[in-house]
Ligand binder design. Structure first.
Ligand code: SF4
Ligand code: MG
Length: 336
């Protein structure tokens, strides 16, 4: 698979007068053309910050990309001018967010917001852009699109606003769509519809999708590959099957154990991982999961685990993978 986005050794720090938060601490990954990759982890693990820094959407200061390379189609995005970055945002790489109102302007009619973007990036005439907007709204499943284009965002329901935002993101046929918790605020039925919509779009357009979520159920629906983030690092990455059927990191085991089972009602208590992630003001020198890990050893506290490769696609950063480590049975598989 041809790589579209290649990120290496990315470090991002938030600096204020009083402290430094090391939000991203050396992240490496590749997104291939046409691939759907899910980034999972608790809030604060660095999923959103990683992609906001790649898109250069974080205000500098306080945010700063200390180190790293972000190659998009061979160009390093960390080195582009703001003018060049603007040509990439929306046109080449588009983002959709949990809250559609972060990208929809409440004072402008929905249709106009889409046509303006089309006219700016695609150089369409206003009539062409209007027709294309109607097509796009139809494609994302908005009923009576030729009437709806004249409405304001507040006249749309939450699910419809989410669809309108997706239509806007797709207006320029981006090569990469970054979806940051796009379904979290929606009810389960609409959530499923949006996921189906993204899957269809991916099949039809062949674009790559990054799906940021804390919900492994959603991941199972959509992803080819999964990256698990914890405390500003990727702790495990693998294909969907490798992560679900052969997970190797105790944090991934915890995430999987806290997933609702099919026969479990939503309000039943789910197992969750006790404790909370470490502060990133003074991150631990060793494994960041040590304080919550039932298998923590002395070495875990002292040294950052090396990344071990168990297949071309499967990597994990945990001392349990070291040849001298005691054998620990994966509790997810044994609970099977
Ligand atoms: Fe647990 Fe140690 Fe593995 Fe970290 S390196 S996840 S503390 S066993
Ligand atoms: Mg987030």
């Amino acid at each position: 698979m041809k790589p579209l986005l290649e990120v290496s050794d990315l470090h991002v720090t938030f600096r204020s007068q009083h402290q430094e938060v090391k939000a991203i601490r050396g992240v490496d990954f590749t997104i291939g053309e046409g691939e759907v990759v899910a980034f999972v982890g608790e809030s604060g693990s660095g999923k959103s910050v990683t992609f906001q820094s790649i898109m250069r959407l974080l205000p500098q200061p306080p945010a700063n990309i200390d180190r790293g390379q972000v190659l998009y189609s061979g160009r390093d995005l960390t080195k582009l001018s703001e003018v060049d970055m603007q040509k990439i945002r929306g046109k080449e790489i588009a983002m959709i967010f949990q809250d559609p109102m972060t990208s929809l302007n409440p004072t402008i009619r929905v249709g106009k917001q889409i046509t303006e973007s089309l006219m700016r990036h695609q150089k369409l005439t206003s009539q062409e852009a209007k027709n294309r907007s109607i097509e796009l709204l139809k494609m994302v499943g908005i009923p009576s699109p030729s009437e709806r284009i004249n409405q304001f965002p507040h006249q749309f329901s939450g699910g419809m606003r989410q669809r309108a935002m997706i239509a806007m993101a797709l207006a320029c046929s981006p090569k990469l769509l970054i979806a940051d918790e796009p379904t979290t605020a929606l009810d389960v039925t609409i959530q499923a519809q949006i996921i189906d919509l993204l899957k269809d779009l991916q099949n039809n357009t062949g674009s790559s999708i990054v799906f940021i979520t804390h919900d492994l159920g959603v991941v199972a629906e959509i992803a080819d590959r999964v990256a698990v983030m914890y405390a500003g690092k990727i702790v495990e990455t693998g294909t969907l099957d490798e992560i679900f059927y052969d997970p190797k990191h105790p944090y991934t085991w915890g995430l999987l154990a806290s997933m609702p089972k099919l026969d479990q009602s939503r309000d039943q208590d789910l197992a969750s991982i006790p404790g909370s992630p470490p502060s990133l003001v003074n991150p631990p020198v060793g494994c960041p999961f040590t304080s919550r890990c039932p298998y923590a050893m002395k070495v875990c506290q002292e040294q950052m685990p090396e990344v071990t490769t168990s297949s071309d696609s499967h990597q994990v950063a945990c001392w349990l993978q070291h040849p001298d480590a005691p054998e620990v049975k994966n509790p997810v598989a044994s609970a099977g």
